[in-house]
Design a protein around this ligand. Structure first.
Ligand code: KMH
Ligand code: ZN
Length: 279
């Protein structure tokens, strides 16, 4: 098996400091989190940005500041969100791509999202993919439901998406596919050939599904975007969640990947120069 890629989804769009004091909200805090998480075994960071008052933003200058802060303190692969926050337009969600991160998420279909709807129609997906092509950003395919893999095949068939890619199964969102081992195995079996994959279990499923993914040869996403507890009643820090996955992987005989090893596994070019922020 390849070394394990641990992605840290450090902040997300849904939670605030009232939920946990450990969320990295500013570029400086994202840089500090990146350093701590790289030391703990992460090789990639998934990035959402906030304004100084904590509001979600898609402002490219803020993403550029985050990219600089993360690069100044770590070698992590930097993956921006294009999911953004509920209520953002497709144009807003795609705006950070102009900063040219190495990767960005592409959610592969509409899904209920709690009481909201996370809208990812084909026109929205095509528009985001077109911007990814324009700025030479590699997608991570976010799969919240089984039908999203059918959408991946349709986008590939029409030429909007090149395959293989890296997919991330986000399981346990209220409105999406449940976070069960059976569902994970089904999705892995249904994935287009040669795609790599990780799993992001929501809430307490983060630990169990991450452990299963390590044993299956997949990769893992942890972090406060998906789960704020280390254990029942005890809030987690991002680096603690990464460190726990690294320890479990070591026990299972699967060392964590360095960022350079993760780039090789994902087929990403080295980031120097080419991916320098433009904003
Ligand atoms: N905040 C959610 C609506 C992503 O980052 O790509 C979408 C999300 C997915 O977080
Ligand atoms: Zn996200």
């Amino acid at each position: 098996m390849e070394p394990l890629i641990v992605t840290v989804a450090a902040v997300g769009a849904e939670l605030d400091r009232v939920h946990t004091p450990h969320l990295p909200l500013t570029p400086e805090e994202l840089g500090e989190t990146a350093a701590l998480c790289e030391a703990a075994g992460a090789s990639m960071i998934h990035v959402h940005c906030r304004t100084d008052d904590g509001t979600n933003t898609s402002e490219p200058t803020r993403f550029a500041a985050a990219l600089r802060a993360i690069r100044a303190r770590s070698g992590l692969i930097v993956q921006f969100t294009t999911g953004g926050a509920i209520g953002m337009t497709a144009t807003e969600r795609a705006a950070p791509l102009a900063v040219r991160p190495e990767m960005a998420t592409l959610t592969c279909g509409t899904v209920n999202f709690g009481d909201d709807i996370f809208e990812n129609s084909f026109p929205i997906m095509r528009a985001i993919l077109a911007e990814m092509t324009r700025y030479d950003v590699r997608p991570e395919l976010e799969i919240f439901d089984a039908g999203h893999l059918s959408n991946v095949r349709r986008l590939a068939a029409e030429g909007a998406l090149a395959l293989p890619q890296h997919a991330d199964f986000v399981l346990g969102v209220p409105g999406g596919l449940d976070a069960t081992v059976r569902n994970l195995v089904y999705l892995v079996d249904a994935l287009p050939a040669a795609c790599t994959w990780s799993v992001a279990g929501i809430g307490r499923a983060q630990l169990a599904l991450g452990t299963v993914a390590i044993a299956m040869g997949g990769h893992v996403r942890v972090g406060l975007e998906d789960n704020i507890y280390y254990e029942r009643g005890r809030l987690a820090r991002n680096d603690e969640l990464v460190a726990r996955m690294a320890r479990i992987a070591a026990e299972l005989g699967r060392p964590v990947a360095t960022p350079e090893e993760a780039r090789r596994i994902l087929g990403l070019p080295r980031p120097q120069g080419h991916h320098a922020p433009t904003t």
